[in-house]
Design a protein around this ligand. Structure first.
Ligand code: S3P
Length: 207
């Protein structure tokens, strides 16, 4: 089956979203990726309510399975161990063939190429983009993100974003700049695009 679809843009609420259709059928999950503080949990909850799909949060799954907070996991076992746990959780999700779920991922989860590949197999991947200022403002409110507990969180955010932006870009079917949009506007944009994506898969699978 050939992918005859080119990337397309959707303009809504004065903002432009870029989407890349793909005809390999992923399960009908919507997956949110993006940097810490970009709104994955908030948008995830909204999508979950709008669609009546259960919300899965990979960070929450890890803390429940380990019985331990993320800062404690980083402190006791280190970041590499946490990344291993993230990959395990994702593999479990894909093995369970979950469908019709909203999956909110930790900001570093797609950095592993194996994880990035799995994400695209298990759903429609949406990258939520936010500016450094917005990320800094939101993440400064809590101390539960070990990577940003440093002298200069702005520089750390910039440094990590530079590395991760191309990774988020490559693994996502849709990217949305959330600046200036309400939670509902972002969520409606995602729903419209996801419907288009999945309906094209269905149409073309029948050919
Ligand atoms: C991380 C993001 C966090 C959490 C951990 C590491 C990252 O999740 O997984 O602190 O490397 O970007 P959120 O993106 O939900 O804050």
């Amino acid at each position: 089956m050939k992918n005859t679809f080119a990337p397309y843009s959707i303009s809504a609420y004065g903002s432009t979203m870029t989407a890349t259709p793909c005809l390999k059928s992923p399960a009908k999950n919507i997956i949110l990726v993006g940097f810490m503080g970009c709104g994955k949990s908030t948008i995830g909850r909204e999508l979950s309510q709008l669609l009546c799909y259960p919300l899965i949060d990979t960070d929450q799954l890890i803390t429940e399975q380990e019985g331990c907070s993320i800062p404690s996991l980083f402190e006791t076992h280190g970041e590499a161990h946490f990344r291993q746990l993230e990959s395990n959780v994702l593999r479990e999700l894909s093995a369970e063939s979950e469908t019709r779920h909203i999956i909110s991922t930790g900001g570093g989860l797609p950095v592993s190429s194996e994880n990035a590949e799995l994400l695209r197999k298990i759903g429609y991947v949406v990258w939520l983009q936010s500016s450094v200022d917005t990320i800094l403002e939101r993440t400064a409110k809590t101390s539960n993100r070990p990577l940003l507990q440093c002298e200069d969180p702005r520089s750390k955010i910039q440094e990590l974003l530079e590395i991760r932006a191309p990774i988020y870009e490559a693994c996502s079917h849709l990217s949305i700049s959330t600046e200036g949009l309400s939670v509902n506007e972002v969520s409606q944009g995602i729903l419209d695009s996801a419907r288009y994506f999945f309906s094209n898969i269905n149409t073309n699978s029948k050919n």
